[in-house]
Ligand binder design. Structure first.
Ligand code: Q9C
Ligand code: ZN
Length: 658
């Protein structure tokens, strides 16, 4: 049975499976267990609350058929899972489960296992056919630990492996010849690894806590030397963390320097994600710190491949809130929603670079792209002539609140390369920044990164703009500016026109009094032309400007616009600053690049455009004389227009309908 909701034809068709019947698998005597029915319930409720099911193709679960399960599991194992829930196993079930590693069984276990495996298979087939663009299967029990002949680690059937093998072996006419399996569950996908060990059609990639062989499932299977065998050699990639506390920055580094280059070379026809969310921040088993934003970026990067044919199947994830939020972030990303920046991020650990290096070395005979030297600037303190910044040097091993053991990172060069999604100050789970020498650690870092800040409003007038840098007040302004902590003037100034609509909106500002102020339509339009004055300033100054632009200045512990936001704006053109939600200029838009540096401007969120058009927010509002004057002065002193031309330019923008 399937239920098709109304869809916008420009939106991707994202399949979504959820079925209450998978809640019948639970502990026999109601004992507490992390892998419990509330997990998928919490996810479903979160998605419903966010209005997601209406935007997806919602499908019911479907049981897998034994003949397809048999391509990865033994008949012996299938018999056990099929029969274990029957009446005549009532007395033996507990004893059977107790002989298995981290498994419970009840009368609902069989049905749930069949539904989980069948659902992943079903949506995979639909994605392979092109009937769905991508899909998410909210299933349990999970699957990736299940080995050919053994249930373990809360897993009965290996759902993802069954689906992959079905697509490759049973449906060759669909043209899916190569499948990439990305296992981002915090545990190693030992079962999946075994099933495709010698199979070059399946590239299995697992990033997991390993802790030198002590983290579940423990042993050597998850180490990076396990690369596959025979014609499958090189098609098994393990990235084993040495410890917990890994977060977005560590995962991004692995994506950028291992997974994505290999995926480019492998060129999969389809991607299956073993989507465990036990590496999420707050997970009781994982001890890692990936945020929903982190998951959305990892997902987005994978969407570049296989024509976006991605199926994500739930594996682990035991903190109900972070599980549900993370899955929501993934579904939204598949739906094409704009990412929202919600996290500040730590540097990758030193150990992360060590692991990445080891993996690249181990696999570069199979994947030549991994043979390239990692850029020196990414590596640790290797260049003694460059300034380095000491972030912290704790070696505590406590999982939750220890300061990451980050040593001297050659940030100065690293951060110049704004494409590298590295670093940021560390924000602890309680939201307290870690301080270095009693000051906020992000300023020295951000003072080394240049960007172009582009103004289309009063900041085109240099004297007015300099108030945000040097502090002060110019005629017409109601308030004194505090300026930036770094009072040095912009390194360069230049003018540009951009294909965006300039308009005036709202009817009153605290700085300029009555009258509209300038906004730039966030989307480009070749029929429009707006003047912009570009100032080359540091990211630190840009943050201080953002703060003053959006309210009275105060001590800024965390930057409003961090390196993750910078990365995001360059990738996605636009980023909404969650912290500035509600203020007029909460949208940072990248309108292009100049000499390799992004050109950033501030404007309203795209959602406000509708409000301007409908009249919910006033627009075409003639700016106050003082305010208009600052724009004219900017354009005239900047030698862009004559006074008459500048006035005509403003009149035109405030009179013309959208
Ligand atoms: N000392 C998944 O996340 N832990 N499975 C057992 C025994 C088992 C996790 C600890 C963790 C299994 C799908
Ligand atoms: Zn797990």
């Amino acid at each position: 049975m399937e239920e098709e909701s109304e869809k916008n034809h420009h939106q991707p068709r994202v399949g979504l499976v959820y079925d209450e019947r998978m809640c019948t698998h639970s502990t026999p005597d109601g004992e507490d267990h992390p892998e419990n029915p509330l997990r998928i319930k919490a996810i479903w409720e979160k998605l419903q609350f966010a209005g997601i099911p209406q935007r997806c193709v919602v499908l019911c679960a479907k049981e897998a058929e034994d003949r397809y399960i048999a391509s990865v599991h033994t008949q012996n194992h299938i018999n056990l899972i099929r029969n274990v829930s029957s009446k005549d196993f009532d007395s033996r079930r507990k004893r059977i489960a107790s002989k298995l590693n981290s498994i419970y069984l009840n009368e609902g276990s069989s049905e749930s296992a069949y539904l989980a495996a069948g659902s992943v298979t079903e949506v995979s087939e639909r994605v392979a056919k092109g009937e769905l663009s991508s899909a998410v299967a909210i299933v349990r029990p999970p699957g990736h630990h299940a080995e050919p002949d053994e249930a373990m680690g809360f897993c009965l059937y290996n759902n993802v492996a069954i689906a992959a093998s079905y697509i490759l072996n049973e449906r060759p006419e669909l043209g899916i010849r190569k499948i990439l399996i990305v296992d981002w569950d915090v545990h190693h996908g030992n079962g999946t690894q075994k099933m495709f060990w010698k199979d070059p059609r399946v590239l299995f990639f697992s990033v997991h806590r390993f802790d030198f062989g002590t983290f579940y499932p423990a042993g050597d299977d998850g180490t990076y030397t396990m690369v596959g065998e025979g014609s499958g050699a090189g098609f098994n990639i393990n990235v084993p963390w040495e410890h917990g506390r890994c977060g977005d920055a560590d995962y991004f580094a692995v994506w950028d320097h291992v997974l994505i280059p290999v995926a480019r070379a492998f060129n999969p026809d389809m991607i299956l994600i073993s989507g465990g969310f036990d590496a999420a921040i707050g997970d009781p088993l994982g001890g890692c710190r990936v945020t929903p934003y982190g998951y959305s970026v990892m997902m987005k990067k994978l969407m570049e491949f296989a024509n976006g044919k991605i199926v994500m199947a739930l594996e682990g994830g035991y903190n109900l809130d972070s599980l549900a939020n993370s899955v929501l972030a993934c579904v939204k990303t598949l739906l094409g929603d704009m990412p929202i920046v919600g996290s500040s991020e730590a540097y990758p650990f030193e150990s992360t670079w060590r692991v990445i290096q080891a993996v690249r070395q181990e696999l570069n005979t199979f994947w030549p792209t991994l043979a390239d030297e990692l850029p020196k600037k990414l590596l640790l303190a290797s260049n003694k002539t460059s300034p380095t910044i000491l972030i912290s040097s704790s070696d505590s091993d406590a999982e939750d609140d220890a300061v990451p053991n980050i040593q001297s990172v050659n940030l100065v060069e690293t951060v110049q390369d704004v494409m590298q999604p590295l670093s940021m100050l560390k924000v602890d789970q309680d939201g307290q920044d870690q301080l270095v020498d009693g000051s906020v650690p992000w300023r020295p870092v951000f003072s080394k990164i240049d960007i172009w800040y582009a103004s289309y409003g009063s900041n085109m007038w240099r004297k007015r703009f300099l108030c945000y840098i040097e502090g002060g007040q110019v005629e017409g302004m109601q308030m004194q500016c505090s300026g930036s902590m770094d009072k040095s003037p912009p390194k360069e100034t230049l003018w540009k026109t951009v294909p965006h609509r300039l308009f005036f909106g709202h009817s009153h500002t605290s700085t300029w009094g009555a009258g509209g102020v300038a906004f730039l339509h966030p989307e480009s339009n070749i029929h429009e032309r707006a003047y912009m004055c570009l100032y080359k300033i540091t990211l630190e100054q840009f943050n201080d400007l953002l703060l003053q632009e959006n309210g009275p200045s105060r001590h800024m512990i965390s930057p409003l616009f961090d390196l993750i936001a910078l990365q995001s704006v360059v990738t996605n053109k636009s980023v909404l600053l969650e912290v500035l939600k509600g203020s007029w200029y909460s949208n940072v838009v990248c309108v292009g690049k100049e000499g390799d540096l992004p050109i950033l401007t501030l404007t309203c969120p795209i959602s406000h455009i509708e409000n301007f058009k409908s009249g919910k927010f006033p627009m075409h509002d003639t700016p106050s004389k003082e305010y208009a004057n600052t724009l004219v002065k900017g354009l005239v002193e900047g030698k862009q227009l004559s006074e008459a031309e500048a006035m005509a330019y403003i009149d035109d923008a405030s009179a013309r309908p959208m």
